[in-house]
Design a protein around this ligand. Structure first.
Ligand SMILES: [Fe+2]
Length: 548
């Protein structure tokens, strides 16, 4: 069976392909269209489809649209009421519903040969749930979807037993932890539905001194759901415009909402544990990208393991809806093999790109050693290896790498990327060395979805990646799944004594992550990067950039 999954309605359009129960390809549209997040999540863009990523998924395995058994669309317009029904009074919902209803015909147009009758609507939060509960390595699990909104809900609690979902609770709109966090993002002068992680970073600079008031306004209801009252954030700190300077009150507000969010999520997770007794909790939905909250859920609930879908935002519903429909069609689906589900190139193809660009390149004996050499000399490296990542994080395939031992490298990396200076950068660490350096969060942690405490004696040794509150959002590198990255970090450790490198996504300000070799060359050409390591080849900047 061949099932194509499509996410289009709100954020991060994406496509995924499941063949005979196995995930074979998944990618976000932004990586192809080079437009960050694919589109703005506005009502009149709801019709736009991930045409390029969908066509690529089919090409990747050499099938034509007419050969698909089903297309799964991660939103069911029949479940969406009027703007009044949801209590959100969002007039744009009428347009969204109409465009979703027309999606089968739009898809048949975008993928010539597809029979529109093969398109199935999947409830948005069932698609999110499947992206976690059916993609996780643990077949039986409890599942929590923590989202902004679906058709009429903002959350789902349930369990998967032998691949079958049982829904236990769902919070109806307008109550929504995701929308609440989006409102705060907007209030703090950031881009809503995009910059929520900046609020999480800002929270670590503040004190949760408004927690008392917020606990009244945001509260669990004891039955698996919760209440979010309308909050006038100006009562706590004045509204900020884009680029305005924030004050202590803003950081305290961010810290207060973040802390309350964590408390409510811990409560929701405890409830689903009590209902299911499962050992593993799986999570998806945009709120599940909140790695500080994820760490508290693991620490403060009886769950032994917490597995979060690396594409926890709406992009992941392309994968989830495809897995769900494959199951409906009688397929036994397999866990996702990892996050490297996007485009990849052979050595010959990469070399042709380099020859077309007419630049000097070399093929060193071992690209891992060549990269370690430059990093040890405090150079910045663009790292382009294997298939690109599905989801918002660079996980060692499209990364910008640096030495973690110099405090000035944080500013240097944020400058390269045009990011705010309060934003942390994250470490990659050899799996076997991680327990000695990073405490509290889970190890292994392959998808950067938890925070860890940096051991006291290591904080001065890796200041670039130690956040102001002494934490780091780590990615552990397992030699069995990421042998090349592991070899590169081990080579860096031999030179420096540090089994850690700085890893941030390979892109420049406002652009999606690099995906194909042309993007990599453009990024290398326009940013102060010393070395591009692309497949087995390296391209050196003729004059090294100044080292701080
Ligand atoms: Fe969603």
């Amino acid at each position: 069976m061949k099932v194509l999954g499509i996410n289009a309605i709100y954020h991060d359009p994406a496509a995924a392909l499941v063949v005979d129960g196995r995930v074979v390809a998944a990618a976000e549209e932004e990586r192809f269209s080079r437009r960050k997040h694919g589109k703005r999540p506005l009502p009149w863009s709801a019709w736009e489809l991930p045409e390029l990523s969908a066509a690529w998924c089919l090409r990747e395995v050499g099938i034509r649209p007419e050969e698909l058994d089903a297309v799964a669309y991660s939103f069911d317009p029949a479940l969406m009421g009027t703007p009044e029904d949801s209590g959100l009074f969002d007039d744009g919902d009428t347009m969204r519903k109409r465009y979703a209803e027309m999606a089968p015909d739009f898809l048949a147009h975008a993928l010539p040969g597809l029979d529109p009758a093969k398109v199935r609507f999947v409830k948005h939060h069932v698609a999110h749930a499947a992206s976690a509960g059916k993609a996780a390595p643990q077949r039986d699990n409890a599942v929590l979807v923590l989202d902004g909104r679906g058709e009429a809900h903002s959350h789902l609690a349930g369990r998967y037993v032998d691949g079958q979902l049982e829904v236990l609770a769902g919070q109806a709109l307008p109550h929504s932890l995701g929308l609440l966090y989006e409102e705060l993002t907007d209030h703090l002068g950031f881009l809503r539905s995009s910059d929520e992680f900046k609020v999480m970073a800002m929270a670590s600079y503040g004190k949760p001194r408004f927690l008392g008031e917020l606990s009244e306004l945001i509260r669990p209801t004891g039955d698996g759901g919760f209440v979010t009252e309308r909050i006038d954030f100006t009562e706590f700190a004045p509204r900020l415009g884009k680029g305005d300077d924030w004050t202590e009150a803003h950081a305290d507000l961010a810290a207060s909402v973040q802390t309350r969010l964590e408390e409510v999520l811990v409560d929701l997770a405890r409830w689903v544990y009590e209902q299911t007794g499962e050992k593993t909790l799986t999570m998806a939905g945009g709120v599940a990208l909140n790695c500080v909250a994820n760490t508290r859920i693991l620490a403060e609930t009886p769950f032994e393991e917490v597995w979060v879908q690396p594409a926890a935002g709406d992009a992941g519903t392309a994968l989830g809806s495809a897995l769900h429909v494959a199951h409906e069609l009688g397929e036994r689906t397999e866990p996702m093999p990892g996050a490297a589900l996007g485009r990849g190139w052979g050595d010959d193809e990469i070399e042709r790109w380099l020859q077309t660009a007419a630049i000097d390149y070399e093929r060193p004996d071992d690209v891992a050693e060549a990269v370690a050499e430059v990093l040890a000399d405090n150079g910045i490296v663009a790292w382009f290896q294997g298939r690109s990542e599905y989801g918002p994080r660079a996980l060692g395939h499209r990364s910008l790498l640096a030495h973690p031992g110099f405090e000035a490298n944080l500013e240097r990396m944020n400058d390269v990327k045009g990011r705010e200076q309060f934003r942390p950068v994250a470490p990659m660490v050899l799996l076997e060395r991680a327990p000695e350096i990073f405490g509290r969060g889970p190890i292994p942690s392959p998808y950067m979805l938890f925070v860890h405490d940096v051991a006291e004696e290591w904080r001065d040794r890796i200041p670039t990646v130690t956040h102001v509150d002494g934490t780091a959002r780590i990615q552990t590198i397992d030699p069995r799944t990421e042998p090349l990255v592991h070899r590169m970090i081990a080579a860096f450790e031999r030179r420096t004594g540090l089994p850690v490198v700085v890893n941030t996504s390979l892109n420049t300000a406002g652009r999606p992550m690099v995906d194909d070799p042309r993007d990599a060359l453009e990024c290398f050409g326009s940013a102060p990067v010393d070395l591009l390591a692309i497949g087995p080849f390296v391209v050196r900047r003729p004059r090294p950039t100044p080292r701080p």
